[in-house]
Ligand binder design. Structure first.
Ligand code: T4K
Length: 415
């Protein structure tokens, strides 16, 4: 616990943590089970191309989601690209800008224009009213993003897509293991796309999957994943290489076996943050609907700009100095990243809620790599920083100006 402003690491005090606490530290699961599987696949000399672990992983995905077709991929971005292509999207597709840049990139990569839509300020999710306003004769689809694992307004988006004859996909990169109105994410829209990246709730080092109830779509997705082969030497589509390796599937299977443990750790962390940050002026934590299945993978703080003159960015810098690498997901918004910033220079005028959110949101470390003690310390620092904000800002104003952004900030946040 910091007793005075002098003790803050930003002013030269000793950092609260000797080593960096990351957002997105991978969950590992049962190391022994993983190593057994890796030995087994090496013994079998079957390393990729529809191996037995891949098949078992897909069977488990079907079982856990209740969706009949789950096609595993090398990563979530390629899974999105293939789902988009297999669903026949073209010309313009409506997507949120408040998402990881992979969502619009999966469209732009194949010459489809992402049309950025604003989000609901309370849920951070695509606002169906704004979606309707953006539909033109060139629109072929909508991609909703279940950001932070919280489901989009699926019913309204489904109805809009039906009325306008549009395809509806969901980027469910954050939402594996989550449900909406009692049904597991994976079965909504024409298809949903999961990510099993190392930083995700369930991981396969790198990985992803397309889930769909549409058998024909699943067949196209499978073929596109494997260069368009329909048989040993017959190709019927333009395809790519989206295959998941056996070692990735082995990690994925091992990770699935520990889902309950990961959820419990995340849920406990989330409750610890909720309790410990309660009542701090200007701060609020995004909440989960605990009636639904949740993976609680993201702890998302909203910081009022200028609360006692302490904004989100200064709070991030204070935490970073203490070795807490909180992240400004998804700053600065895809519409402010290239090439979109140049293509759509006035997009921000249509995205007031996104513009506001990208200045307020801070993701805090969670997962199995940290526990209640660390979270207690992080929250103490936050509480102390807010209560000492006038003194901190005054001192900073007197000393050399801080860098505009934390030195170790990653380019993926657009800085
Ligand atoms: N759609 C959405 C909505 C997404 O969020 C994502 C991915 C996708 C689509 C695409 O899915 P994939 O193609 O990735 O399967 C990270 C992840 O790389 C990315 O998968 C994820 N979203 C995004 C939200 O976060 P960065 O640029 O923030 O990664 P990086 O390297 O800064 O790592 C994040 C933190 O995790 C760091 O603090 C370090 C820590 N970390 C990371 C790795 C890889 C570890 O401690 N160990 C590790 O092995 O994008």
């Amino acid at each position: 616990m910091k007793a005075s402003v002098d003790e803050l690491a930003i002013f030269g005090g000793r950092p609260a943590f000797p080593e960096v606490l990351h957002v997105g530290r991978p969950n590992i699961g049962d190391r022994g089970r993983l190593l057994d599987r890796i030995n087994d696949l090496l013994d079998r000399r079957w390393l990729t191309n529809n191996g037995p672990y891949l098949e078992e992983f897909e069977e488990q995905l079907v079982k856990l989601t209740g969706v009949p077709h789950c096609v595993a991929m090398c990563n979530g971005t390629v899974a999105l690209e293939i789902a988009i292509r297999a669903a026949g999207l073209a010309q313009e597709v409506i997507v949120p800008s408040f998402t990881f840049v992979a969502t619009p990139h999966a469209l732009q990569w194949q010459g489809i224009t992402p049309v950025f839509c604003d989000v609901d300020p309370h849920t951070h999710l695509l606002d169906p009213c704004r979606v309707e306003e953006l539909i033109t004769p060139r629109t072929t689809g909508i991609i909703g993003v279940h950001l932070w694992g919280r489901p989009c307004r699926v019913g309204e988006l489904t109805e809009i897509a039906r009325q306008h004859g549009l395809r509806l996909l969901f980027d469910a990169a954050h939402a594996f293991g989550c449900s909406h109105q009692g049904s597991m994410i994976g079965g909504f829209g024409d298809a949903e796309v999961f990510s099993f990246h190392a930083t995700k709730f369930v991981n396969s080092f790198e990985g992803g999957a397309v889930a769909t109830r549409d058998g024909d779509l699943a067949t196209r997705v499978r073929m596109m994943r494997n260069f368009g082969f329909v048989d040993y030497d017959q190709v019927s589509y333009v395809g790519t290489n989206g295959k998941m390796t056996e070692v990735a599937a082995a990690m994925g299977l091992t990770s699935l076996e520990s889902m309950a443990e990961f959820t419990a750790a995340n849920q406990q962390n989330y409750h610890r943050y909720l309790t410990s940050l309660d009542g701090i002026p200007g701060l609020s934590l995004l909440t989960y609907d605990e009636e639904e299945r949740c993976n609680y993978q993201y702890v998302v703080l909203e910081v009022d700009q200028g609360v006692r003159r302490l904004g989100r960015d200064l709070l991030q810098q204070i935490l970073q100095a203490e070795n807490v690498f909180a992240r400004r997901y998804f700053y600065p918004g895809c519409h402010r990243m290239e090439p979109y910033r140049s293509y759509f220079p006035s997009a921000r005028l249509l995205l007031p809620q996104t513009e506001r959110l990208v200045e307020r949101v801070l993701s805090l470390p969670t997962g199995t790599a940290i526990g209640p003690d660390e979270i207690g310390t992080i929250c103490d620092i936050v509480r102390f920083a807010v209560s000492s904000a006038p003194e901190i800002t005054e001192r900073l104003a007197r000393s050399a100006p801080l860098e505009a952004a934390p030195a170790r900030e990653r380019r993926s946040e657009g800085t």
